[in-house]
Design a protein. Structure first.
Length: 141
């Protein structure tokens, strides 16, 4: 299982799509751990709805301590063999987690221990003006 940790702080406009993009991943068993870092904008209501809709979504609420503390709390709560992070305004493309898991399993079949898997995949950023731009590995914003 892959534990997907999402630190969340006042992301009511983006969190639903972020979580749904994880839940829609094919070929992998996932749990989604949302660490609500003291949101005050209605994000908590959306997180509760999503947790009620799917047993794979867990919500942990804490006082605001920053994204690093939220990620650490998620790690402490994770039950998966693997851990990855998704930001509350991210969307995973279909097959993203399967691709990463497959890369890890291929190395393990060769007898090599894998501590970290990184993807050289393209990613998209949607700017506040609605413009969408694709980036590749190692490209600056």
């Amino acid at each position: 299982m892959i534990s997907v940790i999402i630190p969340v702080y006042n992301n009511k406009d983006t969190i639903r799509e972020a979580i749904e993009s994880v839940l829609m991943q094919d070929g992998v068993d996932t749990e989604v751990i949302c660490v609500d870092d003291g949101s005050s904008d209605g994000t908590s209501v959306i997180l509760k709805e999503l947790a009620d809709e799917s047993p794979r979504v867990r919500v942990i609420r804490q006082e605001n301590a920053g994204p690093g503390a939220a990620r650490n709390r998620g790690i402490a709560e994770a039950k998966g063999e693997y851990i990855t992070f998704v930001d509350a305004d991210d969307r995973l493309l279909p097959g993203a987690l399967f691709t990463l898991l497959s890369a890890s399993e291929e190395q393990e079949k060769k007898g090599e221990r894998v501590d970290l898997v990184s993807a050289g995949l393209k990613w998209r950023r949607t700017f506040s003006n609605g413009q969408v731009r694709e980036f590749g590995p190692m490209e600056a914003l």
